[in-house]
Design a protein around this ligand. Structure first.
Ligand code: SF4
Length: 207
């Protein structure tokens, strides 16, 4: 029986009362829930988790995600952070880099196209380039992560990495990662817009 919280109308998890759990409620797996809870006490998790969680109340509906990200870095006492960004958002990356520096952080930044390797070299079909027949550098999220790892960043910020490339960056990053910007070329990097409009203006553009 798999979990379907997205369709649950009970939401006992949001109340103190834990009665009348749905049959497939994940909270019925006490052992797993206890194991997960115990992990918050681990030294590598505890302060990070509590600090991140307290940000919610500190800047509730006041701090944009950019401010929350900076505050998290400062409150965790990080000195050196990584910025893995997309070439298409290089101007935005420069703004973020400058703000992080003004906040007193050292910023190691790496662009997605690092390596300058043509897409066909990795196995992307020539006719699946955005501009077939031209040199088109592949995004290189594994190199982005490894370069930041080699420079010992304590925390990494992903800015505008493509769907799936972001996944590989998360996989290879040694440091924890937060996503400041989720790329969406169609909505001005606001993927939620397509969700809000999924039954309306985007109806014919999703499925
Ligand atoms: S955890 Fe249980 S009660 Fe909460 S949404 Fe999921 S199924 Fe519903």
């Amino acid at each position: 029986m798999y979990y379907t919280c997205a369709g649950c109308a009970v939401r006992a998890c949001s109340n103190e009362e834990k009665e009348n759990l749905p049959k497939n409620c994940p909270m019925r797996d006490r052992e797993l829930m206890d194991e997960a809870f115990a992990a918050y006490a681990l030294p590598e998790n505890h302060d990070f988790y509590v600090t991140a969680s307290e940000l919610e109340a500190l800047g509730y509906c006041q701090w944009p995600r950019l401010k929350e990200t900076i505050e998290l870095c400062l409150r965790m006492g990080y000195k050196r952070v990584g910025l893995a960004f997309c070439r298409g958002l290089r101007k935005e990356a420069a703004v973020v880099d400058s703000l992080l520096r003004r906040a007193g952080l050292e910023v190691v930044s790496v662009i997605c196209k690092t390596g300058g390797i043509d897409k066909t070299k990795v196995g992307i079909a020539p006719d699946r380039k955005v501009h077939p027949g031209e040199f088109e550098p592949m995004c290189n999220p594994i190199a982005q992560a490894k370069l930041l790892n080699a420079q010992n960043t304590q925390f990494n910020i992903a800015l505008g990495l493509c769907v799936g490339h972001d996944s590989m960056f998360y996989k290879y990053s040694d440091a924890l990662v937060t996503t400041l910007v989720a790329k969406d070329r169609v909505t001005g990097h606001n993927p939620a817009a397509a969700i809000y409009c999924a039954e309306g203006y985007f109806k014919d553009r999703i499925l």
